[in-house]
Design a protein around this ligand. Structure first.
Ligand SMILES: *[C@@H]1O[C@H](CO)[C@@H](O)[C@H](O)[C@H]1NC(C)=O
Ligand SMILES: *[C@@H]1O[C@H](CO)[C@@H](O)[C@H](O)[C@H]1NC(C)=O
Ligand SMILES: *[C@@H]1O[C@H](CO)[C@@H](O)[C@H](O)[C@H]1NC(C)=O
Ligand SMILES: *[C@@H]1O[C@H](CO)[C@@H](O)[C@H](O)[C@H]1NC(C)=O
Ligand SMILES: *[C@@H]1O[C@H](CO)[C@@H](O)[C@H](O)[C@H]1NC(C)=O
Length: 353
């Protein structure tokens, strides 16, 4: 199909005379993103959910609607500062508030994340560790968290964001104390404590084009495979900005870069922020970026699914992290579906021609 045609129209508010002759666009044209994604051959269409919004029943009824989202990622609840707030003291309540309803709703879980440089507790970040001690801390954390969540996760983001944009290793307590071997150590511990069917992912941003960083990630994964270090997948976060987002061709080329490695891929944190003030034109471009990325995943065999980094504008991480930007999600302030929602549906249905 021609890509220029994949920008979908908004559902018709009222039928024009010519359109009345055709079947009215019925409700089942939009049966939910996950239903369409599975029909299109993906494993899931998912969303991240944050704890701040658990008191909002209108939000929750969409978040845990498995026709809409077949997969859930806790935005924050499985990060180190919440899971192990003091040493060897594990707290799963924040994560459970999202994971348990997801299990009840039969939504797959992507679990996020064992090792990251960010959102670490002070006892860990401020500690004066020897290599042996910090290795023990890392193994203990992964062992406890992996055992608690059992084999219930479809995938774990084992290591998150280990590289800078120029392809160098990102500075962190892990790199400083353990050296770059911390990455493979984390994957070995993860494999030791989660079931074989749970996919172990490396997850990063800025790798949705063929560039220095995506090539460095590909080289690391190839090296892991050559040396029998367990790794099953690469997560491309896909945090995009209207006006400078990767195109369909860019994302497809990046996904293709990973195919020879024999691992699966996924878009794990898709959102498309808009420089405010918002406009219908910007929303149309946003819709195209969402559709382009989703289609790239559909068109590359090893890409198993797409996860949006929340679906509701008011709870997105964007406005706080990128002042002046916002409205990055599929649903607007009033929980109404935006052009981007319909664009993703239409591209999943593959009837854009
Ligand atoms: C779930 O979402 C789908 C798609 O929007 C909708 O058709 C369905 O009615 C929803 N189910 C519930 C229980 O809200
Ligand atoms: C949920 O809690 C937040 C923060 O505590 C509050 O701002 C918001 O109004 C609450 N929403 C509902 C629907 O109760
Ligand atoms: C464990 O962490 C929780 C949550 O921060 C805290 O309330 C509790 O006191 C801690 N327990 C121990 C033994 O440190
Ligand atoms: C860190 O530990 C080393 C080895 O025990 C010690 O020499 C050094 O003074 C400690 N540094 C700090 C800031 O505590
Ligand atoms: C979507 O992808 C197509 C094909 O790569 C490209 O021509 C188009 O500009 C992209 N749209 C946006 C808004 O990036």
């Amino acid at each position: 199909m021609k890509l220029s045609t994949i920008i979908p129209l908004l559902p018709l508010a009222s039928a024009t005379p010519t359109q009345q002759a055709r079947p009215h666009p019925s409700l089942n044209k939009y049966p939910g993103l996950d239903i369409l994604a599975k029909r299109a051959g993906l494993l899931y269409f998912g969303t991240a959910i944050d704890n701040v919004v658990l008191n909002n029943s209108a939000y929750i009824s969409i978040a845990h609607n498995s026709s809409e989202f077949g997969q859930v990622t806790p935005s924050n609840g499985q990060k180190w500062m919440y899971i192990e707030p003091s040493r060897n003291n594990f707290s799963y309540s924040m994560a459970d508030a999202i994971v348990k309803p997801a299990i009840r709703a039969r939504q797959m879980r992507r679990c996020h994340t064992f090792v990251w440089h960010n959102q670490l507790p002070a006892w860990l970040e401020g500690g004066n560790w020897t290599k042996a001690e910090l290795t023990g801390v890392l193994e203990n954390h992964i062992r406890n968290e992996a055992r608690y969540f059992g084999n219930g996760c479809y995938a774990w983001d084992v290591v998150n964001e280990a590289f800078e944009d120029d392809g160098s290793f990102r500075d962190s307590i892990w790199l400083r104390v353990l050296g770059k071997e911390y990455i493979e150590l984390a994957f070995r511990f993860a494999r030791k404590y989660v079931g074989r069917r749970v996919r172990l992912y490396y997850n990063d941003y800025g790798i949705e084009r063929v560039n220095v960083k995506s090539k460095v990630v590909a080289a690391m994964v190839k090296d892991f495979i050559d040396r029998d270090i367990p790794i099953d997948g690469i997560g491309l976060q896909a945090h995009f900005t209207v006006g400078r987002a990767p195109t369909y061709d860019d994302v497809k080329a990046a996904l293709n870069l990973f195919i020879p490695l024999g691992v699966e891929t996924a878009l794990t944190e898709l959102d498309v922020r808009i420089q405010l003030p918002d406009s219908l034109e910007k929303q149309a471009l946003q819709a195209q970026v969402y559709a382009n990325s989703t289609k790239a995943c559909m068109d590359v065999g090893d890409c198993v699914g797409v996860t949006v980094w929340d679906f509701w504008d008011p709870v997105s991480w964007v406005p706080e992290t990128f002042p002046g930007y916002g409205n990055a999600c599929l649903f607007d302030d009033g929980l109404k579906r935006k052009q981007a929602y319909y664009a993703v549906s239409d591209v999943l249905r593959d009837d854009g021609e």
